[in-house]
Design a protein around this ligand. Structure first.
Ligand code: NI
Length: 273
C-alpha cells in the first residue's frame, strides 16, 4: 500500500505560516532548558500530517532499515504495541521536510541555539502512545543516546497531533537539568535490546508538565532531563519530534557511555521484520 503513501504525500497542502518567533521565551529556555509555543502549523497541515502518521504506523513502515520498533519492549518481541516509534520518516516521505512544521521548528530551534537555520541538521521520529496502554517514557537526557566521541549543540522539538495532557502522557521536564553533565543511563529493564534509556535518582517532585494542544510545540535542550507518563486517556497520543543539531565536534577524549556500546551491539544483532 505504499502507493497510497506516495499519493498522500503528493497531496501535501501548501502552508504559508511564519514561525512564531515573538512567542518564543528565550530567557525561559536559557534558565530552565525547555520552553513551548502554542502553535507551529496550520489545521490543514496538521490534518495531512495526521494522515501520513496514521498510514506509516498502520503499515508499520520502517523508513530506514530497522526504523520501526517498540521503545518499551525488546526489539522484534511479540505483543501489542506499547510505545511504537518510527525513525526518520522523512527518508520515506521527503515531503515532510517541506512542511511549515519542519520549517518553523527549525527557525525556532536556530533562535534558541543561537545558530543559523541553514547550519542545523534535523532528523525526525514519531512516537505513538496507544490509548489506555501507552507505556511511560522514563527519565532521560537525549544526549545519553548519542556517540560520546562528540560534543553537541542540539535540542529536541516535539509536537503532538492529539491533546498532550498529564492524563495522555505529555512531556515533563526537570528545570535547570540542562546545566548538568550527561548522567549515567541504562536500558529499560537492564536489557540493551530495549531501545529506551533511563537514568536513576531523578527528583520527580521538581518536574514541570507541559500540556500542549495539537499543533503546539515544545523545545528542550539535549541535556534536559525529561520523560512522559503512560497514556491513561481514551484516545491515542501521537507525537512528532525533530532533533536539531549543529555538526557534532569531536572531543579530545570520549566519555565512557557503556550503555551506548551495549545498545549498538543489540541493534546490530537485530533481524528486523
Ligand atoms: Ni527524549
Amino acid at each position: 500500500m505504499t502507493g497510497g503513501l506516495d499519493a498522500l504525500a503528493a497531496r501535501r497542502p501548501e502552508v504559508e505560516l511564519a514561525p512564531p518567533i515573538e512567542a518564543l521565551d528565550l530567557a525561559g529556555f536559557a534558565a530552565h532548558g525547555f520552553t513551548s509555543v502554542p502553535r507551529i502549523t496550520s489545521d490543514a497541515e496538521l490534518g495531512w500530517l495526521g494522515e501520513v502518521y496514521d498510514l506509516l504506523f498502520r503499515e508499520r513502515i520502517a523508513a530506514v532499515p530497522g526504523g520501526y520498533f517498540d521503545l518499551a519492549r525488546p526489539y522484534e518481541s511479540e505483543g501489542p504495541d506499547l510505545l511504537p516509534q518510527i525513525l526518520m520518516p522523512e527518508a520515506r516521505v521527503p515531503a515532510l521536510r517541506e512542511t511549515a512544521f519542519w520549517r518553523n521548528t527549525r527557525a525556532l530551534a536556530a533562535r534558541l541555539l543561537g545558530a543559523e537555520p541553514e547550519a542545523l541538521h534535523g532528523w525526525a521520529h514519531m512516537i505513538l502512545k496507544p490509548a489506555g496502554v501507552g507505556a511511560p517514557l522514563p527519565w532521560h537526557q537525549d544526549e545519553a543516546y548519542w556517540d560520546p566521541r562528540f560534543d553537541y549543540v542540539a535540542l529536541g522539538s516535539w509536537m503532538p497531533l492529539d491533546p498532550a495532557t498529564p492524563e495522555s502522557g505529555c512531556l515533563r521536564f526537570i528545570p535547570g537539568s540542562q546545566r548538568g553533565p550527561v548522567r549515567e543511563h541504562h536500558h529499560v529493564g537492564e536489557n540493551p535490546e530495549v531501545h529506551a534509556l533511563e537514568t536513576r535518582d531523578v527528583d520527580a517532585a521538581r518536574a514541570v508538565e507541559v500540556p500542549l494542544a495539537p499543533g503546539g510545540a515544545s523545545f528542550h535542550h539535549c541535556r534536559t532531563l525529561h520523560g512522559s507518563g503512560p497514556n491513561r486517556s481514551a484516545r491515542v497520543r501521537r507525537a512528532f519530534a525533530i532533533e536539531w543539531q549543529l555538526a557534532p565536534v569531536r572531543r579530545a577524549a570520549p566519555e565512557p557511555r557503556p550503555w551506548v556500546d551495549a545498545g549498538r551491539r543489540a541493534w546490530e544483532a537485530r533481524r528486523p521484520r
